[in-house]
Write a protein that binds this ligand. Structure first.
Ligand code: ADP
Ligand code: ADP
Length: 231
């Protein structure tokens, strides 16, 4: 499973000013989909509607054919994992930070998630690798490592729907590319519906489907090759 459909969705934070207007789009199950568009076009709003921080004013949102208003908020939010643009961390152990939102996970699961997300750039300096590293407090963590830590959280949570909300936008080009290729290798192991929200097309050119938003509606969609062809 994991198909997301927006059907004729209209929503505005104020009733007299719709942000998305009659928006219809389909994110196919198990695919890697990009939603791109300039700042302010409504990308984050789509995610907020999906989480039901706000409800649509017209139309409906379906996950695997089911209207999200018919699902409990708890199971809805459990089904979606988000890597945000900037991951706030607690002044606590790495393990505590990875476990955030997944409090019932075991130590072994935390260590495994840290390993798969490659949370530390020079893990060799820890005699027992991630087994001891996750116990560290007050770690100096780089921007790239913060985002890897956010990836380890969603590995632990393992939801059917993954959102990367400008997850690499704050990073330098080199770190961004390294993180994207690492995320891609993790996604290859397990087919999950993954949505990359981005304002730069170059970050997400290799997606199965690219949806270009303009002022709250779909301006065009297709693969990178198809978009270039039509341009
Ligand atoms: P994007 O993620 O593409 O940058 P957003 O979805 O955050 O765009 O915002 C779309 C529009 O909605 C913008 O014009 C923004 O100013 C407006 N907006 C976003 N959040 C709120 C809010 N909480 N209240 C009122 N307007 C908002
Ligand atoms: P951004 O604009 O960078 O996407 P958001 O404004 O969406 O950031 O908010 C950051 C976090 O705050 C989100 O990941 C979400 O968990 C939470 N959040 C956002 N809007 C709401 C809301 N209306 N109610 C509760 N939590 C919210």
């Amino acid at each position: 499973g994991g198909e997301i459909r927006f059907e004729n969705v209209t929503f505005g934070y104020r009733n007299d000013r719709p942000i998305v207007k009659n928006l219809s789009l389909t994110i196919p199950a198990g695919k890697k989909v990009a939603i791109v568009g300039p700042s302010g076009c409504g990308k984050s709003t789509i995610l907020r509607l999906l989480f039901r921080y706000y409800d649509v004013q017209e139309g409906r949102i379906l996950i695997d054919g089911q209207d999200i208003r018919d699902v409990s908020l708890d199971s809805l939010r459990k089904a979606i994992g988000v890597v945000p643009q900037d991951t706030p961390l607690f002044n606590n152990t790495v393990e505590h930070n990875i476990r955030y939102g997944n409090m019932e996970a075991s130590h072994e699961e935390v260590v495994e998630a840290a390993k798969r997300a490659h949370v530390h750039e020079s893990i060799q300096q820890f005699p027992d690798g991630y087994g001891t590293m996750v116990g560290e407090r007050g770690m100096m963590i780089s921007g790239g490592e913060k985002q890897r830590l956010a990836v380890s959280r969603i590995i632990l949570k393992d939801p059917p729907l993954l959102f990367f909300d400008e997850a690499t936008s704050a990073l330098d080009t080199y770190t961004e590319q390294a993180l994207m290729s690492h995320i891609n290798s993790i996604l290859k192991e397990k087919r999950r519906t993954s949505v990359f929200i981005a304002h730069r097309l170059r970050t997400v050119y290799d997606s199965d489907l690219i949806i270009v938003l303009k002022a709250g509606h779909v301006a065009e969609s297709g693969t990178h090759a198809q978009l270039i062809d039509r341009a």
